[in-house]
Design a protein around this ligand. Structure first.
Ligand code: MLT
Length: 404
């Protein structure tokens, strides 16, 4: 008899943002008059920049002409985009990454979720706690996480690295040695960042214990302070211990367009096995490449006009971040993040749990955020607000919370 993958049955509830979406829909149906402001999922609200729209239009026109029409994209990405990325995101920062170490995809979420496929099920993962749920959920689906304890919110075969106010929301080296270490900086959900010397310590640690760091740098465009690394490949020795994920969703508003990439250095190995060809094999077999028109749009992100326009877009969201941070602080909340990342992390007041505060905000002021416990046990009693709303909605939401 056919059997389902029962690892899926171990997953508690639905994906965090689907659960929130459902709760908000139900509330909205019961209270059609409520003017709900959504600062939950980190979805962008500003339209695509003109330089990107121009590139899209041009590429669409090319697709309508026999001589310039394109069929299947090369499965690892078009050379024009991979060369542009290698030059602008890496070589210009002194990182030794070549175009053929870049794998273009439909976004960082799918790459973060799929990368575990090229590793043995025997590997043990370490994650920050709280953490972007995709890292853990995708390993649960593969059967790598053991069993879930609903009372503690902990998986039996996962190493948790608590990120708390006490350690500045930066993980410490775990007591038990992991094989795969997921790090995301600037961090989702806490909005914290680590300095280059701190990241260098992780690279040294991974090289020493023979672990691989899976580094999610989706929010690097929001870094405003010096000495915060934009890429793990700024660190000495990262080529032998790191894979990096990048996204066009947050720096260029591509959440609905879909484009990202993963960097795997040629010398990166698991034991004796080179990982670059394994990911290339996976890409070739399971993926037909991001669409030509989208890759041309990605290339425009790096044009002079594109850069200027996107710098302004990032600044727009970071103005929101400042407004939320300052407003909540004035109102007496304990707040962090929002300086190098578009997320504000706040402590729920009056000993409320994360979900109690979620309901409280939704019911009292019709503002939606993300409960910290959805990101892991150490997120309990915390709450995340995103700076990706419109300026008007952000101001209104903060003013409503302040009056609460
Ligand atoms: C988030 O809200 O954490 C992100 O938008 C989720 C994502 O990028 O997939």
């Amino acid at each position: 008899m056919v059997k389902a993958n029962d690892n899926y049955l171990k997953l508690p509830g639905s994906y965090l943002f689907s659960t929130i979406g459902k709760k908000v829909r139900e509330y909205s149906e019961a209270h059609p008059e409520a003017k709900i402001i959504r600062l939950g999922i980190g979805d962008v609200t500003q339209p695509l920049a003109p330089a990107i729209i121009d590139a899209l239009h041009k590429a669409v026109d090319e697709m309508g002409v026999r001589e310039t029409f394109k069929g299947y994209a090369p499965d690892l990405g078009y050379e024009f985009l991979r060369n542009t990325i290698a030059e602008n995101d890496y070589r210009s920062r002194g990182c030794d990454i070549s175009a053929d170490e870049i794998f273009v995809s439909d976004g960082a979420k799918s790459d973060c979720a799929n990368i575990q496929e090229i590793f043995s099920l025997d590997n043990k993962i370490a994650v920050c706690d709280p953490v972007y749920p995709v890292y853990v959920d995708s390993n649960v689906m593969a059967g790598r996480c053991g069993d879930y304890d609903a009372a503690s919110g902990v998986w039996s075969n996962v190493i948790y690295m608590p990120c708390t106010a006490e350690n500045g929301f930066a993980p410490e080296f775990p007591g038990e040695t992991p094989d795969l270490i997921y790090l995301c900086f600037p961090n989702n959900p806490t909005g914290s960042a680590i300095t280059k010397p701190q990241l260098q310590e992780w690279v040294d640690y991974a090289n020493k214990v023979g672990a691989i760091i899976l580094y999610d740098a989706a929010y690097e465009a929001y870094i405003s302070e010096e000495n915060i690394p934009h890429s793990i490949f700024e660190c000495e020795g990262a080529r032998t211990c790191a894979i990096e994920f990048r996204s066009f969703s947050k720096n260029a508003g591509f959440t609905g367009v879909r484009l990202g990439f993963t960097v795997i250095p040629k010398e990166l190995k698991a034991g004796d096995v080179q990982l670059h060809p394994l990911w290339a094999r996976r890409h070739g077999t399971k993926y037909n490449g991001a669409p030509y028109i989208i890759q041309r749009a990605g290339e425009a992100v790096y044009s002079e006009e594109g850069r200027k326009q996107l710098k302004a877009q990032v600044a727009y969201y970071m103005d929101n971040a400042r407004y939320i941070y300052n407003g909540l602080k004035e109102a007496g909340y304990t707040v962090s993040g929002g300086v190098n990342a578009p997320y504000i992390w706040l402590k729920a007041p009056n000993n409320m749990t994360s979900w109690e505060f979620f309901d409280h905000l939704l019911e009292k002021v019709n503002v939606v955020g993300t409960p910290g416990s959805g990101f892991g046990p150490s997120g309990e009693t915390y709450f995340r607000l995103t700076a990706f709303g419109t300026k008007e909605a952000t101001v209104e939401a903060v003013d409503r919370i302040k009056k609460m």
